[in-house]
Design a protein around this ligand. Structure first.
Ligand code: BES
Ligand code: ZN
Length: 951
């Protein structure tokens, strides 16, 4: 059948329907035209369109950033009629009607989109996004403002600019303000194995059959790879989708299915309910052959979890959690979840951990599936956390959306903050509120103290750079600032204002300023002025506390490691909500004060004779460090040794992290920092131990090849001995005790403690020989004992288990252990296999690089791999840009010599690093810091570890 004729008749049909349109029937006719009259024609058109061969499909483009002076050309080499990275606002989309047909055999998809728009400002150009799509036909109808007339618009010219990922339809007459313009486009794209847009994924059944699915990942700019659209977060619209699928598959969309109509022998057309007003990046559709389990929230929302049929028994935790968390959020936010359903689905190839598509959340397998017989407490916590995070986005991100990607932190910072409340509510045994301090605050402070960090709100004019913002600043710092504010103004005030914010901006967009402005009206607190100092400049302060006979003094300065970086219009001064505790013989009291940017040195009276010690950032709600004079550090250490439980676990963790980082910045002597670690002999809590072990590992990694290393091993072994003997190797105790046991054993392996290595290997051997069930919460460590310290046979056994396992969390553990193998051949195999996307998927490349870079025997191999495969890596992750910065940072993280510095510098000078310039600089800065650190500290540390008094 001649496809052009068909297309014409489809388009004609639509226009004839419009000719007699009057105001009242405009809507109806529109729907009629799209949904019913031409539906069969549409399908035929699609199928025919799909048959056409096509040589004009755009190629995957390399990731680039462009300066404002770049001239953007169209595909013919002429100047593109639009030269901005952003779309103009002359046209507003109102509704999309999309018909999509993924064709698995041909590995392509075709579709028709009709976009109902309104003209806001007169323009002859329709400019919209489309990437790697071939637009086959265009049709524009123009309805008058009063709805009385409808005419066909004449498209004079069409242009495509691949770099801008935009298409232009140039009309022969300007579209006038107020007119209702429908843009109808037919298009085709490739259905390939990639990780963004509409892409192909697969899984293998236990019987060895490969099954395919088509799925989407649109955030931040993937929607334009699936259908032509106005792909910016504030160009919200309603979406109507129909999907053509084969009879043995199902299709899913953000909304529930409305109808399912047989078409021909093997095909069905599913149509779905219209969405609420939403951003393009939150649209999702999937065609697969999955099974599902379903439940209902108190409000009646239908919650379903989808997984490959052979893994459906691993979905119970996800279903129960999602229902509990939704019930909790409905109450907490005072706005009910607005959609009739919420699906959660496991996707075998997935770049991130999960994606919050409204009503159809996609997850990597290990973030959704949980097998109580095989998975650990940490696996469970991960699943619950990711679900709580993505569900938080249904309000923070989906209902109220960032205006532009500059404010990504409004999405991610909020979702991260709320995720902890959600997990805490569903399972308090995880002690999440404590964990926040380490997972978010301490982690992001380690990143944010370098001159290569960035302010939380950054200007991103180029959408291709948005991916790089998904870092610990948006997540960790963002959530820490929200927590700091909530603590400062009080929870009641906080939630009162947050509810106002959600109600004011629902179904719309907000900027950071809108959030702060919502907080006006709180007496004496100018939230906007205070918070600007935290969001508009990078970094954070260190508050120094000192005391004299009569006064306690506090002052602030920027806390910085390494190079200084750019200047700040706030001069690196902050409004600091400063809570501090004073211990006197009579007891401990605490106060809150605000340190102003221009406070200078603040003095307040102190009854010095009675003061035992001072502790700043009491409770650990503030995003800053605290330093003291030596006398006070010594008093704090004394207190820790006498009775550490006068401080909360968070405060203990904070003291250790502060002293450790202040020593790294030469603000406190290393001796004080190491002296503090001695109290750990009494410590039995996870959080302080975990922070301290990170700190000691940092030292150990840098002195690994020095003679003093065996003393470090001995010191850490002695320090950990009491807690390890208390905990034993059995899977007993509270959740934090289980975490502590696994962290301690892991660090025993990191430091090379003989007794732990032997015990771990023995347990592994029993498992290998007799299949005896392992302690589920120590599996990571036991596998690692075998791969790191055992023979090649052990590593191969782990590899075999990896290949055969059907439990994603188990696979993850086995893979991580394999990265720590001491057998080069095994490591080689891993990287080769990941490069081929065979057995190990591309999505797991980052895990390989991160883990193997901390394997002392693997560092060189990983670097070599990245150097040799840089172009391919760029291509694999060109549309999942958040992966690339992490790759750059991890692969260089352990380098600490001049030679390595030069190597890294030369390599990154020779390739396209536009994806991650900040990270390349940060990596070089880190290597330099490692070099300097060794020069500054080697002698003093060698002295300390050689002093028998310290053992
Ligand atoms: N919106 C993100 C997913 C995402 C990340 C999309 C990067 C595009 C680029 C999602 O909400 C998210 O943050 N996922 C986290 C999980 C979470 C528990 C922190 C992830 O993927 O790790
Ligand atoms: Zn998120």
């Amino acid at each position: 059948m001649p496809d052009d004729a068909n297309k014409e008749s489809f388009l004609k049909g639509m226009s004839q329907n419009r000719k007699a349109a009057d105001k009242s029937s405009w809507e109806q006719r529109y729907k009629h035209a799209v949904m019913t009259t031409t539906f069969l024609i549409l399908i035929v058109t699609l199928i025919v369109v799909f048959e056409r061969s096509d040589s004009r499909l755009s190629q995957l483009q390399n990731v680039r950033r462009y300066s404002q002076t770049t001239i953007f050309n169209d595909t013919m080499g002429n100047e593109f009629p639009w030269q901005s990275l952003r779309l103009p606002r002359n046209i507003s989309p109102l509704e999309y009607h999309i018909l999509i047909y993924p064709h698995f055999k041909e590995k392509t998809f075709s579709g028709i989109v009709e976009i109902k728009t309104i003209i806001k400002k007169q323009t002859p150009l329709i400019i919209l996004h489309g990437a790697q799509l071939n637009i086959l036909s265009t049709k524009v109808t123009i309805g008058s403002e009063d709805g009385l007339t409808l005419k066909i618009g004449h498209v004079k010219n069409r242009y495509e600019c691949r770099k801008l990922q935009m298409h232009i339809l140039q009309m022969d007459e300007p579209l006038t303000k107020g007119s209702k313009v429908n843009i109808i486009l037919t298009f085709r794209g490739k259905l390939e194995k990639k990780l963004s847009g509409l892409y192909l994924s697969n899984y293998t059944t236990p019987e060895g059959v490969v099954k395919y699915l088509a799925t989407t990942q649109f955030e931040p700019t993937g929607a334009r790879e699936a259908f032509p659209c106005f792909d910016e977060p504030d160009m919200k619209a309603k979406f109507n989708v129909s999907i053509i699928r084969s009879k043995d598959m199902i299709s899913l969309f953000n909304m529930p299915r409305l109808t399912s109509t047989r078409y021909g022998k093997d095909l069905f057309v599913d149509t779905f309910q219209q969405t609420v007003t939403m951003s393009t990046y939150l649209v999702a559709f999937i065609v697969c052959d999955y099974a599902s389990v379903t439940g209902t929230t108190l409000q009646g929302t239908k919650v379903s979890v989808y997984a490959p049929p052979h893994q459906i028994h691993q979905t119970n935790l996800a279903l129960n959690t999602a229902i509990k968390v939704l019930n909790f959020y409905n109450k907490l936010f005072g706005i009910s979840y607005p959609l009739p359903k919420q699906d959660l689905i496991a996707i075998p190839d997935f770049a991130a951990g999960a994606m919050e598509n409204w009503g159809l959340i996609t997850f990597r397998l290990s973030a959704l599936l949980y097998d109580p017989k095989q998975s650990s407490a940490i696996d469970r916590e991960y699943v619950v956390t990711v679900i709580a995070h993505e569900l938080a986005h249904q309000w923070f991100g989906n209902l109220v959306t960032l205006k532009w990607w500059d404010d990504l932190w409004l999405n991610e910072g909020f979702a991260t903050f709320i995720e902890y409340l959600g997990v805490n509510k569903t399972d308090p045994s995880f002690t999440m509120m404590d964990r926040f301090v380490q997972n978010e605050m301490i982690k992001s402070m380690a990143y944010d103290c370098e001159g290569n960090s960035h302010p939380i709100t950054v200007t991103v004019s180029d959408p291709s750079a948005v991916g790089t913002l998904f870092d610990s600043i948006s997540y960790g710092k963002g959530s820490s600032l929200i927590r700091m504010l909530s603590n400062f103004i009080g929870e009641d005030n906080f939630w009162w204002k947050i509810k106002t914010y959600l109600n004011t901006y629902k179904y719309s967009n907000a900027r950071t300023k809108d959030l702060w402005d919502t907080f006006t009206g709180l007496t004496h607190i100018d939230v906007s002025t205070i918070m600007d100092t935290w969001t508009k400049q990078m970094g954070y302060p260190v508050v120094t506390m000192s005391s004299s006979e009569e006064f306690v003094q506090v002052s602030q300065e920027r806390f910085l490691l390494g190079r200084v970086g750019p200047s700040s219009s706030f001069n690196y001064k902050w409004y600091i909500p400063f809570r501090y505790a004073v211990a006197k013989t009579s007891g401990i009291s605490n106060q809150l004060l605000t340190i102003h940017p221009d406070s200078g040195v603040l003095k307040f009276p102190a009854d010095h004779d009675q003061v035992k010690w001072l502790k700043g950032n009491y409770g650990m709600y503030g995003y800053y460090r605290v330093n003291y004079e030596e006398r006070n550090w010594r008093a704090l250490i004394k207190q820790l040794n006498e009775n550490h439980t006068v401080f909360s676990t968070a405060d203990r963790a904070g003291l250790i992290d502060d002293v450790c980082f202040l020593a790294r910045a030469n603000k406190v002597s290393q001796t004080i920092a190491l002296d503090m670690t001695k109290y750990l002999i009494h410590e039995r809590d996870y959080l302080p131990w975990s922070v301290a072990l990170n700190c000691l590992r940092f030292i150990g990694e840098r002195l690994r090849n020095k003679a003093v290393y065996d003393k470090i091993q001995k010191y850490t072994e002695g320090l950990m001995h009491p807690v390890l003997s208390k905990l034993g190797w059995k899977d007993t105790g509270s959740q934090p005790e289980k975490y502590l046991r696994s962290t301690a054993v892991k660090h025993g392996l990191v430091f090379g403690h003989r007794s732990i290595i032997e015990k771990g290997r023995k347990i592994f051997e029993v498992w290998m020989r007799h299949g005896k069930m392992l302690n589920m919460n120590l599996k990571d460590e036991i596998y690692r004992a075998a791969t790191q310290y055992g023979g090649e046979q052990e590593s191969n056994y782990v590899l075999e288990k990896y290949i055969n396992s059907q439990v994603p969390s188990e696979k993850h553990k086995l893979l991580v252990a394999l990265c720590h193998t001491s057998h080069g051949r095994v490591l080689h195999w891993l990287f080769e296999s990941a490069a081929k996307d065979n057995v190990i998927r591309h999505q797991d490349m980052l895990i390989l690089i991160q883990e193997a870079s901390s394997n002392p025997g693997g560092q060189r191999l990983v670097w070599q791999f990245v150097v040799e495969n840089w172009d391919s890596i760029m291509k694999w992750f060109s549309n999942s840009m958040f992966v690339l910065p992490s790759i750059v940072r991890s692969v260089t993280s352990s380098f600490s010599t001049e030679e390595e510095y030069v190597q890294v510098q030369n390599f990154f000078n020779s390739v396209d690093t536009s994806c991650c310039q900040r990270d390349v600089k940060a990596s070089l800065n880190r290597i330099q810091m490692n070099i300097d650190w060794l020069k500054d500290n080697e002698d003093i540390l060698t002295g300390w570890f050689s002093d028998p008094n310290n053992f």
